[in-house]
Design a binder for this molecule. Structure first.
Ligand code: SF4
Length: 330
């Protein structure tokens, strides 16, 4: 079997809406950089989306298109990375089933995001077998491509650790089929949303990657800042300010340092500070908006790219499943 020369990475995004800046800064921007150094498998994980959006499954289809357009606009290149839909590669489901047989229940029950999301998204009724098991499906996604590493944000690190444990258990029972994937933590793991909580579609506090310059401005200007700055003359602490998490993602380091001093000495007001942020955000996002306008007009091209990607992904997945079935004696 031919082993590719480059290390393999796998990562996915759930098609539950247009992507927001947290997805861009925490993952997508990093993926674009990784395309040349690794063989990349980037998957639109529509079965994962079903775990929380099962009540409106048809909406997922439209979001798949949105995510693909965001990916391509941000610079993912189908010539350099495999971009595909999870449900087009049925082997994800087969491997998930097999891995679920060997995963002890307490391993999934202790995942902190499971309990957190049950509380925070109480209106969605996520108390289902599928939602509890979605970290096992994630483990299957990663293992299916025999990935060496997974680029993720801090909040997903526990899931990758679980994937490693499941893979170790599989290898112990049946022989070394899978490499243990490393976690490639991204540089800016957490971005605050407009209400100061972590930016998330589910919390309704997100700035979307496709938002226009006007919309971004309308979301940033009223955004909550360090509460110590009740008046312009009150000094603040940038590390306690949700807006400054955006500075860290979009503003050059020397300018960030200047702003931090200005904030701590009340030398700069929050309005001016936000104006600096907006200027740099537009510089970064403008090329993406321009590409997006072109891709949006061409759904046929998006479909072709995903179909070609799914065919390439399927070829590697089939190779893996031959090994898995042989290891199990099936
Ligand atoms: S000056 Fe900037 S960093 Fe400081 S509190 Fe205001 S918005 Fe936040």
């Amino acid at each position: 079997m031919n082993q590719p020369a480059k290390k393999i990475i796998f990562s996915g995004m759930r098609p539950t809406g247009a992507l927001h800046l947290g997805n861009y800064v925490g993952a997508l921007r990093n993926w674009v950089r990784l395309q040349d150094a690794y063989d990349c498998y980037f998957c639109i994980v529509n079965w994962h989306a079903l775990s929380s959006e099962y009540h409106d499954a048809r909406a997922i289809r439209g979001f798949e298109f949105e995510v693909a357009v965001d990916w391509l606009s941000a610079g993912l290149d189908p010539e350099r990375a495999v971009l595909f839909l999870q449900a087009d590669v049925k082997e994800h489901a087969e491997l998930h089933l097999i891995l679920s047989m060997i995963t002890p229940l307490p391993w999934v029950e202790r995942i902190p995001t499971f309990k957190e999301q049950l509380v925070q998204l109480a209106e969605k009724d996520l108390n289902t077998y599928g939602f509890l098991g979605y970290p096992v499906l994630q483990a299957a996604d990663i293992a299916l491509y025999r990935a060496d590493a997974v680029p993720v944000g801090e909040d997903q690190a526990a899931h990758i650790e679980l994937a490693r444990e499941i893979i170790r258990r599989f290898n112990r029972y049946y022989g070394d089929v899978f490499p243990e994937p490393r976690t490639l933590l991204t540089e800016v793991p957490r971005l605050a949303g407009t209400d100061g909580r972590k930016m998330s579609k589910s919390y309704g506090n997100a700035i979307e990657l496709k938002d226009s310059a006007e919309t971004v401005r309308a979301k940033i200007m009223p955004m909550v800042t360090d509460t110590r700055r009740k008046r312009r003359s009150d000094p603040g602490e940038p590390n306690d300010c949700p807006v400054f998490t955006l500075h860290k993602a979009f503003v050059p380091k020397d300018k960030q340092a200047e702003i931090a001093v200005g904030c701590r000495t009340a030398g700069i007001g929050c309005r001016d500070c936000k104006a600096v942020l907006l200027e740099h955000m537009v510089l970064d996002l403008q090329p993406i908006w321009e590409k997006r306008a072109r891709f949006e007009q061409n759904p046929g091209l998006i479909r072709d790219i995903l179909e070609a990607g799914s065919a390439r992904a399927r070829a590697r997945a089939l190779e893996t499943m031959v090994q898995v079935r042989a290891a199990l004696g099936f």
